[in-house]
Design a protein around this ligand. Structure first.
Ligand SMILES: [Mg+2]
Length: 386
């Protein structure tokens, strides 16, 4: 089998890669960034990939892995890896989880990014999906601090781009952060684990005080306090100082590309939980390798997820089914958008009792209804499925 083309389109709002072969089997994947970034680079990837055997996944990856970097620059490489697994699975008539060693769980726990679907923690708690973990944005994550004058020592910069706002909090700001967590925990009760996506941008000393102050609330993790999100680096020694000074689990890793860049965090036990995204870290096999290595060091894994897109969700289900017992849950921000009807293969409803069941269909486990999907293609992408 040979690769004959690499195409890119926007389906709904999600950049999507299609790897075309000469045997009528195609691989699909979502890209976790914006389409112009994908369109710009597609000719480069096409020039390298055309002619290669897509089922020799590691050999193909060795030809393109050098082109990636921390988020978002690893997203196309990662998407191609997933599309290759999709092809390999379809060619073998096996789901990807079988090719990765087999599923060790028949259903996968997901966590909801609170506030995206449900306006209040109480509504999420009573929601039909039965979520067992919810995550909320706070601190420098998002723009919450922009709304509170006097909560940061440096003025909030409303300019474009992430990573601009960082620095010490004022006492009022720190107390507000702690109170927000207490309020959320009181609403959710002890039946739903609470995680907070916090930054990046906190100083180490503020992060230590915050993590210590919320210790009695038994949070499931605090995410990206120091670096993370779109930081093009990690800070393992700072994270180790934080992690060793609090019993609250500390989490990072969604922006990290490749296993080598997790080594310091894992070997020095600099965090308690890692959160790679299969569509940024370099793909499904890369994420599995990292999860296994973390498990040897008593570090848990809660993958970041673009599960609000169909193919991102499908990729997360496949790999999460194969991870060791350090797996907590993957991120699932949205719930059953109507356009999910453009594929067959997802469970209905998708989430039951806070879990997604793992199917046995080949490849990624989802098949486009191409006529239905065409309605969600951007105008310039009308020929994507041809
Ligand atoms: Mg995050």
């Amino acid at each position: 089998m040979k690769i004959t083309d690499v195409r890119c389109a926007t389906i709904e709002k999600y950049p999507t890669i299609r790897v075309v072969t000469d045997e009528g089997i195609d691989g699909f994947s979502q890209v976790e960034f914006y389409k112009p970034y994908v369109t710009m680079q597609t000719p480069l990837y096409r020039s390298i990939l055309v002619g290669q055997d897509p089922t020799q996944i590691e050999r193909v990856m060795r030809s393109i892995r050098k082109l990636g970097a921390f988020k978002p620059w690893g997203s196309i490489v990662s998407a191609i890896e997933v599309a290759l697994w999709d092809i390999a699975g379809k060619a073998a008539n096996l789901p990807i989880h079988r090719l990765l060693g087999g599923k060790v769980r028949d259903r996968v726990r997901v966590y909801n990014t609170g506030g995206v679907v449900y306006a209040s923690a109480t509504a999420l708690k009573n929601g039909k999906e039965g979520f067992t973990i919810a995550k909320y944005a706070t601190g420098y994550h998002g723009t919450e601090l922009a709304h509170f004058a006097g909560h940061t020592v440096n003025d909030w910069d409303a300019g474009p781009g992430r990573g601009i706002n960082r620095g010490p909090l004022t006492e009022r700001g720190l107390c507000h952060q702690i109170e927000k967590v207490r309020t959320l925990k009181a609403e959710l009760g002890d039946g739903i684990g609470l995680a907070m996506d916090c930054g990046p941008g906190w100083t180490l000393s503020d992060a230590i005080r915050f993590a210590q102050a919320v210790e009695p609330l038994n949070l499931i993790w605090l995410e990206d306090l120091l670096t993370g999100d779109y930081s093009p680096y990690t800070s393992p020694s700072l994270y180790r100082d934080l992690t060793t000074r609090t019993s609250t689990p500390i989490h990072t890793g969604e922006q990290i590309y490749l296993r080598q860049n997790f080594m310091d965090l894992i070997e020095h036990r600099a965090v308690d939980v890692i959160g790679p995204d299969p569509l940024d870290v370099g793909g499904l096999a890369e994420l599995k390798w990292i999860a296994e290595y973390a498990d040897l060091h008593s570090i848990s894994i809660a993958p970041h997820g673009i599960g609000d897109g169909i193919l991102g969700l499908a990729a997360l289900i496949q790999v999460s089914a194969t991870l060791p017992q350090n797996f907590i849950a993957f991120e699932f921000p949205r719930i059953d958008p109507p356009w999910f009807d453009i594929v067959q293969g997802l469970p209905s409803p998708i989430i039951r009792d806070g879990f997604v069941s793992v199917g046995d269909q080949p490849g990624l486990g989802v098949v486009f209804d191409q006529e239905a999907a065409k309605a969600y293609l951007a105008e310039e992408d009308a020929g994507f499925f041809d």
